[in-house]
Design a protein around this ligand. Sequence first.
Ligand SMILES: Cc1cc2nc3c(=O)[nH]c(=O)nc-3n(C[C@H](O)[C@H](O)[C@H](O)COP(=O)(O)OP(=O)(O)OC[C@H]3O[C@@H](n4cnc5c(N)ncnc54)[C@H](O)[C@@H]3O)c2cc1C
Length: 500
Amino acid sequence: MSNREAKTDVILIGAGIMSATLGTLLKELVPEWNIKVFEKLDKAGEESSNEWNNAGTGHAALCELNYTVEKPDGSVDISKAIKINEQFQVSMQFWSYLVNSKRLQNPQDFIMPLPHMSLVQGDQNVTFLKKRFEAMSNNPLFQGMEFSDVPEKLLEWIPLIMEGRKLDEPIAATKIDSGTDVNFGALTRMLFDHLTSKNVEINYKHSVNDIKRKNDGSWELKVRNLDSSRIESHTAKFVFIGGGGGSLHLLQKSGIPEGKHIGGFPVSGIFMVCNNPDVVAEHHAKVYGKAKVGAPPMSVPHLDTRFIENKKSLLFGPFAGFSPKFLKTGSLLDLVTSVKPNNVLTMLAAGAKEMSLTKYLIQQVMLSKEQRMEELREFIPNAKTEDWDLVVAGQRVQVIKDTEAGGKGTLQFGTEVITAADGSIAALLGASPGASTAVHVMLEVIKKCFPQHTKEWEPKIKEMIPSYGVSLMENPELLQKIHTSTAQTLGFGEKEMVFS
Ligand SMILES: Cc1cc2nc3c(=O)[nH]c(=O)nc-3n(C[C@H](O)[C@H](O)[C@H](O)COP(=O)(O)OP(=O)(O)OC[C@H]3O[C@@H](n4cnc5c(N)ncnc54)[C@H](O)[C@@H]3O)c2cc1C
């Protein structure tokens, strides 16, 4: 029985980085709007946004080789890298605005400068990396990137990776000092603290069970209070489904036609974390390698310095895994119950198409700790088994949909915003590039769902994000200005952000 009836302007489902970002943007744009949040766990940022559940890479395409593709003519296409870098600059500007305006304190609690590197071995890969470097280093967005195939130089950059390495084939790396490690869990919690101070009502231990459109076009949510087991009813003019892996089921419950013919496939992540402070102290970078043949793009191996709770740590991974759960705290029935009459053919087509992914995931699940150590030793030749422990990271639910290019049941590795035609409800599906581009993605939600306000809100958006609507690549002066001011505000040393 309902024991609480309430009407509000906006309801955000889920207390992850996406809802935190959208709530914060909306509070800046229309402070008078009433916002409520429902989160089934007892804290914010406990699922994928938690610092131990993701890699904390500020994805700006500085090191991820899967964002640049070699074309048949041998040239390297960097257009995706440009797009992602521009999107990350949007996040950096918004975070700086929040620090400058005292909405957030102590930026070092959520963001730290850290070199981003790509590392490859073998003739073909070294040639690719060099061509990629040449294409990127001419672009203002990637200025400051260095390339080296000289082992002595690499030893200086990454001693832990180079010590004890057999140099029986060419090796090369690129390095750029303007990379970041972002603690998305801390940032999510800080944003929700700020929202609480602005009278946003955050209801923890409240699970949204159903969403239905009412005759007046608003949305009615059935929410279970997990303490009392009572079902509450809440109504809003606009609903954002920011449930991470839980979003697909909620989107299906809304019944909007835009949510049909879409499926989800969960891929879990496992990291190895170093427990030896001497080893941790020897490394200072995020070093991304190349994905193994058949591996999905999110399983690119990387060795990352992390800054969590004022402590430096070292993470390696992710190893992929399979669990039918859509959230780490989800149900074993999540995958099965996501199959509906309208998406069953899409799901079956994906199953038939993605046999190699299934095989890869099964192999990954079967790996013993020693086999994982062997993969780690491709990065750290002298790695000792006793120095490393396994940690289970978050679940990513990859979107499956029918596309013109890929046909029925095509697996998507990006992020998808699904909105109702009238803009009254939006859901975020998929997880890549993920939290790093949260501000860009939530601005897209705002643009699609509130077209009637965009003109009125634009000056404030530009105050918060000076590059809004502008290509930074084509405006190097603005880019330089933004780099300098965000570096200062976010507390990065001058050295890290100076252009060559
Ligand atoms: C292994 C791994 C590595 C990653 N690495 C990176 C990285 O290096 N850089 C990067 O930028 N991104 C990375 N990501 C992606 C990033 O973590 C996600 O894109 C981001 O955290 C998603 O945020 P969210 O708010 O959508 O979801 P979440 O943080 O998962 O939050 C969703 C919330 O909704 C709640 N919820 C769900 N269903 C309901 C319901 N019915 N009722 C109430 N509450 C509900 C959940 O409990 C949860 O708290 C990584 C992800 C994984 C899994």
